[in-house]
Design a protein around this ligand. Structure first.
Ligand SMILES: Nc1ncnc2c1ncn2[C@@H]1O[C@H](COP(=O)(O)OP(=O)(O)OP(=O)(O)O)[C@@H](O)[C@H]1O
Ligand SMILES: [Mg+2]
Length: 398
């Protein structure tokens, strides 16, 4: 396995996750459609791409990235574009009676086509008639996999797409899109032929709860993906050390994991990279002081912002203005100490708007920012806490 920073990892670079992969396949074999629930940066996309890279025996897997879209047409266009770019499905997609403009675009698809370019072309061609296109696609979906095989359509970042639609006032359109996807899941012709898995970097549940359209996903089987446990993180650091010729001893590994507190795979990779870099690849330079400095200066310092800033931007996408403000106040209060804040210390915020407070805290917990223990709310990750404290804490908490 290599030390990879940021890009999704598959194959030999994907560490652990054997249990998670087998559990997902087990749910799929039982006919479930899955909603992947997970905090930021724990490896959702990697896991989805691994399903695509190494599918179980009689499955074909399609990975669709919905991140760049902002409309229902985008979602349908992304699915059609990904299918059309896949040689296994190309001719079957071409045979679907889409509108002439869509068919025309599909007839010109060449090998190695850029899916993003194709998606935009298709989106423009589908336009307001996305529901009709979805209908035509649905009518032929069952015929896409070969006889005896099944198709898994993985849609990554659907929550971001839905959230953008909601922000642009497209509540009705978002609801129609989600109902359409639900319709697919419930269609008898698609049973045991086509299944779906949704996930993304903000919780779909929170996004839909806010828009009061949670009913459109309540048939999905939840699958929780968490950070690594301490021993997996320790084994991974040892493995990175072996493969990268940069051995870390047991004490160094324990110190790294203690500092992180929550071994988010991305943060573990980042820490390893930073230490090796600071030591100029000479493991004899590693010391407790150096590891502490690396954490404070490289990971939680200004240079860590490039890797952690997405924790802020995703809140902006997921929450409305009032919730976002409240979330920042709660986080500003919780970041002051490693064991967080008591609910009592947040009384002012709660009294101002209890309903919003509850919704925001629920999202912050679900998306992995905070953890609640008895009457305390604390950062799950000590790295995120320390970074937040330095760069985002406000003096205007309660
Ligand atoms: N199983 C793993 N083995 C090794 N590294 C991993 C693993 N999972 C995640 N990572 C690390 O985390 C980084 C991000 O992975 P990935 O993009 O899959 O996460 P994600 O949960 O989809 O993130 P986001 O919340 O931003 O969508 C990778 O570049 C890698 O450094
Ligand atoms: Mg991802």
């Amino acid at each position: 396995m290599r030390n990879v920073i940021g890009k999704p990892v598959v194959g030999d670079d994907l560490y652990g996750r054997e249990y998670e992969l087998s559990r997902i396949w087990e749910l799929l074999e039982q006919g479930e459609h899955i909603l992947m629930l997970a905090p930021r940066r724990v490896g959702k996309t990697s896991l989805m791409l691994e399903l695509h890279r190494a599918p179980r025996n009689d499955w074909d897997v399609l990975y669709v990235d919905a991140e760049k879209g902002d409309s229902s047409a985008d979602c349908v266009a992304s699915i059609v574009a990904t299918l059309a770019a896949d040689p296994r499905f190309r001719s079957r997609i071409e045979a679907i009676p889409f509108s002439t403009v869509v068919k025309d675009i599909l007839s010109r698809v060449s090998v190695g086509v850029d899916i993003d370019v194709l998606r935009v072309e298709l989106k423009n061609a589908i336009g307001r008639d996305w529901d009709l296109a979805a209908d035509r696609l649905q009518a032929r979906l069952a015929g896409l996999p070969d006889a005896g095989r099944k198709l898994l359509i993985v849609i990554d970042e659907l929550p971001v797409l839905v959230s953008r639609m909601l922000r642009a006032g497209g509540q009705r359109d978002a609801e129609l899109l989600l109902s359409r996807l639900r319709h697919w899941r419930q269609s008898p012709e698609l049973r045991d032929r086509v299944q779906t898995l949704f996930g993304g970097s903000i919780g779909l549940e929170g996004v839909l709860r806010r828009a009061r359209i949670s009913g459109t996903i309540n048939d999905l089987a939840p699958f929780h993906l968490d950070s690594w446990d301490r021993s997996t993180a320790a084994d991974c650091l040892a493995e990175l050390g072996r493969n990268g010729n940069f051995h870390l001893d047991r004490n160094a590994i324990i110190q790294i994991i203690d500092l992180l507190q929550d071994p988010v795979p991305f943060h573990v990779q980042l820490f390893f990279f930073a230490i090796r870099d600071v030591c100029r690849r000479d493991p004899s330079r590693v010391s407790p002081g150096l590891i502490d400095r690396c954490f404070a200066e490289r990971l939680a310092g200004a240079s860590g912002t490039a890797h952690l800033d997405h924790y802020v931007t995703r809140l902006e996408v997921a929450l409305d203005e009032r919730e976002y403000e409240l979330a920042r106040q709660v986080l500003s209060q919780a970041c002051r100490r490693r064991d967080g804040t008591t609910i009592g210390e947040l009384t002012d915020l709660i009294q101002r708007d209890e309903r919003t407070f509850r919704a925001v805290v629920r999202d912050l917990e679900a998306d992995g920012y905070l953890i609640r223990e008895a009457d305390r709310l604390a950062f799950r990750s000590n790295l995120l806490r320390e970074w937040w404290r330095r760069h985002h804490a406000r003096g205007n908490g309660p």
